[in-house]
Design a protein around this ligand. Structure first.
Ligand code: NAD
Length: 475
């Protein structure tokens, strides 16, 4: 296991000599001691990325594309090893971890194809006086700060387009899951990414680390994935240097089931939207808004499907929900469930934390949840499905939009026209219409409202890591 800072293609300890322990959330046991980077280490990594970026920007698009393609195949070749690292430090079931690696690698293949298609444009000014030549150079050095829920994918979804566009990168992985990030960086060097272009610097002092990086003269952009609360803090700091910012933040997805939905498909989709990756995804269905006529039947069927979930260590056969990331996460989930029950919800399944070791929560279904219950307004990040019945369609849309978040929504109906019309009224960046999963490297991932700024993936994703320059000329 790699457990030092990765700067300039070399392993080194932090300038302060400090280390921290990474724990297995399934047992609570320490699994590695990792070097903690200081603000000075962040500055060094930015210096190194700046130097490497200048050469990389001059590399031909086809050559960049071929390096990225090798990154894809290298990650696929090491899928088992990387999936094991993810389970060890995050806890999710091995099948989900394998899925995460396939998804993570795909961003390199997709962006290998995009690297040769960063197009500008040529126009003529309305009065005919000059030509308008637009092109898209890289921004320079990008600082990336990522969360623990996808230890690989939340990094590669940024890294691949950033490299394709010609940038250098410094990554601050989360303290909970730095091991996957460190190993990926090493593998990318082996695949041909020049030394110094991708640096990974874990730390225990995120705020001071970030302040030092943001103030580095070569840093021109911050790409963050994490909670809305931290995103706001980082945006304020970015304002000091007017840095380009992409923010992938929290969610509170409504999962809407109309009475004409195929209930079997809706329950299958609900299980995907709620439970994959141990129910700790930003796109997770957070509130189930179910038309009253089918609410009881949907609740019973969902409870039956949730009762089949096997909770346990992600390495164990048949486990479909691993531990929560830490004890605090279990406490938060339990408090939200308790408040919902006190406000009148009934427990159709589960409703309790599971005794340790490890940080587990029972798969839970709550019926008759009040729309103003705290659980309908907070990001649960755990295996709990609150069901809120509705009758009036307009009131339901208002309820779905009654949140500052706007990342994802889901709609189930057999009437496609109705589904599309409702999808258009939901204030969210991504809608699953009769689908429980929305993530796709070829689609623009991102949120409206306080769920974020900018998009990752698709063709848009690469332009986030580019500047726009226009040259006025005539001939
Ligand atoms: P978090 O906001 O607590 O932490 C995210 C990262 O920010 C971590 O690396 C953390 O160390 C760092 N950080 C915290 N305070 C900082 C500071 N002051 N300065 C610099 N860095 C700081 O989020 P989390 O608990 O790791 O992840 C869960 C959250 O991420 C959820 O809200 C989830 O919805 C969101 N998320 C969003 C997306 C998306 O694409 N929109 C994807 C995954 C997760």
């Amino acid at each position: 296991m790699r457990n030092q800072l990765y700067i300039d293609g070399e392993w080194r300890d932090g300038a302060g000599g400090e280390r921290f322990t990474v724990n297995d959330p399934a047992t609570g046991d320490g699994i590695a001691d990792v070097a903690a980077g200081t603000p000075d280490d962040a500055v060094l990594a930015c210096d190194v990325a700046d130097r490497a970026q200048r050469s990389w920007a001059a590399v031909a698009p086809r050559e960049k594309s071929e390096v990225l393609r090798r990154c894809w195949s290298t990650l696929i070749d090491h899928a088992d090893e990387l999936a094991n690292l993810i389970v060890a430090e995050h806890g999710k079931p091995l099948a989900d971890a394998r899925g995460e690696i396939a998804y993570s690698a795909e961003f390199f293949r997709w962006n290998a194809e995009e690297a040769v298609r960063i197009h500008g444009s040529l126009g003529t000014s309305p009065n005919g006086a000059n030509r308008i030549l637009v092109h898209h150079p890289p921004v320079g050095v990008v600082v990336m700060v990522t969360p623990w829920n996808f230890p690989a994918a939340m990094i590669t979804r940024k890294l691949a387009p950033a490299l394709a566009a010609g940038n250098g990168v410094v990554v601050k992985p989360p303290r909970e899951t730095p091991l996957t990030a460190l190993r990926i960086a090493e593998l990318l060097t082996g695949a041909g990414v020049p030394e110094g272009l991708v640096n990974v610097v874990p730390t225990l002092t995120s705020g001071a680390w970030f302040d030092a990086a943001v103030d580095h003269r070569a840093v021109r952009m911050v790409s963050f994935t994490g909670s809305t609360e931290v995103g706001r803090t980082l945006l304020r700091r970015c304002a000091d240097r007017v840095l380009k910012s992409v923010m992938e933040l929290g969610g509170n997805a409504p999962f809407i089931v109309f009475d004409d939905a195929d209930l079997e498909a809706a329950v299958e989709g609900a299980m995907v939207a709620k439970m994959r990756h141990s129910a700790e995804t930003c796109t997770a269905a957070n509130r189930f808004l179910v038309e009253a006529a089918v609410a009881e039947e949907f609740s019973a069927r969902l409870a039956a499907a949730m009762a089949e979930v096997k909770v346990g260590n992600g390495f164990d056969d048949g486990v479909t929900c691993g531990p929560m990331i830490n004890a605090g996460a279990v406490e938060t989930i339990d408090e939200l469930v308790g408040a919902a029950v006190r406000a009148g919800a009934h427990v159709a399944l589960g409703g309790n934390a599971i005794d340790g070791p490890g940080h587990f929560y029972e798969p839970t279904v709550l019926g008759g949840v009040a729309p103003d219950s705290p659980i309908a307004h907070a990001e649960i990040f755990g295996p709990v499905a609150p069901i809120i019945p509705f009758n009036d369609h307009d009131a339901m849309v208002d309820m779905a939009n009654d949140t500052e978040m706007g990342l994802t929504g889901y709609v189930y109906t057999e009437d496609l026209a109705k589904g599309l019309a409702v999808a258009e009224r939901i204030q969210a960046g991504m809608i699953g219409l009769n689908r429980g999963a929305v993530s796709d490297p070829a689609a623009p991932f991102g949120g409206m409202k306080q769920s974020g700024l900018g998009r990752e993936g698709a063709s848009e994703g690469i332009y986030e890591f580019c500047e726009t320059q226009y040259i006025a000329t005539n001939w």
